[in-house]
Structures are given as C-alpha cells and as structure tokens.
Design a protein around this ligand. Structure first.
Ligand SMILES: NC(=O)c1ccc[n+]([C@@H]2O[C@H](COP(=O)([O-])OP(=O)(O)OC[C@H]3O[C@@H](n4cnc5c(N)ncnc54)[C@H](O)[C@@H]3O)[C@@H](O)[C@H]2O)c1
Length: 128
C-alpha cells in the first residue's frame, strides 16, 4: 500500500467483505472504496445486499454476492469469484486449460516457442 500525505491508497487492490449488507461490514466496504479499492460485498440477506450495493456504487467499484459464512462451499465459491475477478478472462484456470497448454508446447505447433515467453495467466500478466 502506497501512502501519500497521510492518505491511504488502495488503487488496484481487491477486497472481499462478508456480512457487509449492513452495519460494520457495510461501513468497512465504504472505507475501502474511498481510497480506491475494488470491493466485493457479501451477505446472507438478499435485501440488505442489494441496498448496500446500490448505495456503495456511488463510492466506487463494488460487486455483491450472496454467501452464508457458515457454509464452507458458499465461502469457497465466493473466494473463487473474487479471485476470478483479478483475471481479464474473469475465471480461474481449469485443469483442462493447463493440460491444453502442455499439449500445445509439446506439439508440432510449437516449433518456435522457447517456453520463456508463453503466458499462462488468463490475462492477469497484462494488467496485474
Ligand atoms: N455494532 C457494534 O457496535 C458492535 C460492537 C462490537 C461487536 N459487534 C458485533 O459485530 C457483529 C456485526 O455487527 P453489526 O453491527 O455490523 O451487525 P449488523 O446486524 O448490522 O450486520 C451484520 C450483517 O451480517 C449479515 N449476516 C448475518 N449472518 C450471516 C451469515 N451467516 N453469513 C453472511 N452474512 C451474515 C447480516 O445479514 C447483516 O447484514 C455482530 O456480531 C455484533 O454483535 C458489533
């Protein structure tokens, strides 16, 4: 984090805040948006989440997702969604993507690829 003249700068940072449809979580989202973070808010309550998303959009880049913090699968899905937002392709690599890349560099189609410049980052390396 770069700080200038006592101000925080969260430009380029992504933050996920659970239980942020109201109260402390929502206020925390607002605090991170102000210095430039991209924030994913999440809540179990659809109505709270929609209202918070509507209000916080005025402050910066925010996206909402329903998730119950007591549900491991839901939180894992939330983390994957947040991580995927880092990539230009907006998704994480699947096993098949890796296998296809290995097939390509091992094939006759890769006769002039040295392996030093092949980017396997879903676009992250262009913007990250
Ligand atoms: N407000 C205070 O001054 C204060 C002080 C100390 C501790 N706390 C504690 O901090 C916590 C948050 O307080 P608050 O004032 O922000 O409460 P709040 O009720 O305003 O906000 C809590 C949010 O969490 C969501 N939520 C509840 N269960 C969830 C779940 N399983 N998964 C995802 N989201 C869920 C709710 O829908 C709500 O939007 C509470 O446990 C509270 O007791 C609050």
């Amino acid at each position: 984090m770069k700080q200038k003249e006592g101000q925080m700068d969260f430009t380029g940072k992504r933050v996920v805040i659970t239980g942020s449809g109201s109260g402390i979580g929502k206020k925390t989202a607002e605090k991170f948006l102000e210095p430039g973070a991209r924030v994913m808010i999440s809540d179990i309550n659809e109505k709270f989440l929609a209202q918070a998303e509507k209000e916080l959009k005025a402050k910066g880049e925010v996206a909402g997702a329903i998730a119950d913090v007591c549900n491991y699968e839901a939180i894992e899905a939330l983390a994957r969604k947040a991580m995927a937002s880092l990539y230009v392709l907006r998704r994480l690599a699947e096993e098949e993507d890796s296998a296809n890349a290995l097939l390509l560099i091992s094939s006759d189609y890769a006769t002039f690829i040295t392996g030093q410049t092949l980017s396997f980052s879903g676009g992250y390396s262009f913007v990250g």
